[in-house]
Design a protein around this ligand. Structure first.
Ligand code: NAP
Ligand code: GLV
Length: 307
C-alpha cells in the first residue's frame, strides 16, 4: 500500500514525517511524486487538481485534509465509487468554538472600534452592545461544540440543522421551513454548514430579511455560502450591524474586493479552525489500519448529501 499526500509543502512534509514515525516501512509520496500509480491506496488531499484520481486504479480512500469535503466533490472527474472521508478532531471543534466566541465578543465589546479610536488618539467609552441570542446554522461536529461553549458563556443558543437535534440548553430547529424561526430573534447568526447544493448561497437577502434588524453575521464555513452583494446591501440598509468573515469564494480574497475595506466587516484569512498535523496523522493512520484490517473506515461522508 502507498499513501499520496496532496497538500502545500510544509503541511505535506509534517504529515508524512508523523506517519513515517508510525508506519516506517510504508511508501508515502507528496504530490506530484507518485511512485507506481497502482500502489496508491489512500490519497490525503486539500484542493487537488481536478481529474487526477482516475490514474490510481487501486485507490480505496480519498481523505480530506479538512472537515469540509466540498473541494473534493467539486471535481467533475471524481471516481464515484471511491469512499471519501473528512477530518474530525477535538482540536478542530475547539478552535472553531473559540473563534466564534471571539468574534461575538469582539463585536459585543466593540474591540475593533476601540483599535480605531486608539489609532486616532480618541478616548471614547461605550457600554457593551446588548444582545445575547445566538443561532448556529449547522449543528454538526463544529456547530454542536460551539453551541456548548456559548451556552457555558451564558448566551441563549439556538441551532438549525437538516435533521432535528437534541442538545442541552440549545433550542434546535430543523429543515427549510424552520430556518426563518431559527434566525428571527438572533443577535448573532453563525454559519457552520457544509457547502452543498442545498446550502450554497444560503446567506442571502431572503435570510437577512428574516433576521432581526441590527443582527451580526459570522461566516466561518465556506465563502460560497454567502451572496456578497446581498450582504453589502443589508449592511448599507442597516438591516445587519456587521459581519465577521473567515472564508471567501476566492481565497486569498482578491485585493479589489469591497469586503476588505468595509468598515463593518471583520476579515480573517481562513484561520477559524486549522487542521493540526499530529491529529491529521492519527486520522490517516486510523483509516490506514482499517483498510489493512478490513474494518469499517472512520468519518466517511455521504456522497449523495455531499457532506
Ligand atoms: P458536520 O459535522 O458534517 O455538520 C454539518 C451540519 O450542517 C449538520 O448539523 C447538518 O445537519 C447541517 N446541514 C447540512 N446540510 C444542511 C441543510 N441543507 N440544511 C440544514 N442543515 C444542514 O460538519 P462540521 O465538521 O461541523 O463542519 C462544518 C463546515 O465547517 C465544514 O463543512 C467546512 O466547510 C467548515 N469549516 C471551516 C473551517 C474554517 O477554518 N473556516 C474549519 C473547519 C470546517 P444534520 O446534523 O442533520 O446532518
Ligand atoms: C477548513 O476549512 C476545513 O474544512 O477543515
Amino acid at each position: 500500500m502507498a499513501i499520496l499526500i496532496i497538500l502545500p509543502e510544509k503541511q505535506a512534509e509534517e504529515v508524512r514525517n508523523l506517519l513515517l514515525q508510525k508506519i516506517p516501512d510504508e511508501q508515502i509520496f507528496i504530490w506530484p511524486e507518485i511512485g507506481a500509480a497502482e500502489n496508491i491506496e489512500i490519497a490525503v488531499t486539500w484542493n487537488h487538481s481536478h481529474g487526477i484520481f482516475g490514474q490510481f486504479p487501486n485507490l480505496k480512500l480519498i481523505a480530506s485534509y479538512g472537515a469540509g469535503v466540498d473541494h473534493i466533490f467539486a471535481d467533475p472527474d471524481l471516481p464515484k465509487e471511491i469512499p471519501v472521508s473528512r477530518f474530525v478532531a477535538d482540536s478542530l471543534s475547539r478552535q472553531m468554538a473559540d473563534y466564534v466566541a471571539g468574534a461575538i465578543l469582539a463585536h459585543r465589546l466593540r474591540l475593533v472600534d476601540y483599535r480605531e479610536y486608539q489609532a486616532a488618539g480618541h478616548w471614547t467609552p461605550h457600554a457593551p452592545r446588548a444582545g445575547n441570542r445566538v443561532t448556529i446554522l449547522g449543528l454538526g461536529e463544529l456547530g454542536s461544540r460551539t453551541a456548548e461553549q456559548l451556552t457555558r458563556m451564558d448566551f441563549e443558543v439556538s441551532g438549525w440543522s437538516r435533521s432535528r437535534k437534541s442538545l442541552d440548553n440549545c433550542t434546535c430547529y430543523a429543515g427549510r421551513k424552520e430556518l426563518g424561526i431559527a434566525v428571527n430573534d438572533a443577535d448573532y447568526v453563525v454559519c457552520l454548514l457544509p457547502l452543498t447544493a442545498e446550502t450554497r448561497g444560503i446567506l442571502n437577502r431572503n435570510l437577512f430579511n428574516m433576521m432581526k434588524e441590527g443582527a451580526y453575521l459570522i461566516n466561518a464555513a465556506r465563502g460560497d455560502h454567502l451572496v456578497v452583494d446581498d450582504l453589502l446591501d443589508a449592511l448599507y440598509q442597516g438591516r445587519l450591524a456587521g459581519a465577521c468573515l473567515d472564508v471567501f469564494e476566492i481565497e486569498p480574497l482578491p485585493g479589489d474586493s469591497p469586503l476588505w475595506r468595509h468598515p463593518r466587516i471583520l476579515i480573517t484569512p481562513h484561520i477559524a479552525s486549522i487542521s493540526r498535523s499530529d491529529d491529521m496523522a492519527d486520522y490517516i493512520l486510523e483509516n490506514y489500519q482499517a483498510l489493512r484490517g478490513g474494518t469499517p473506515l472512520a468519518n466517511l461522508v455521504d456522497s449523495a448529501l455531499g457532506y
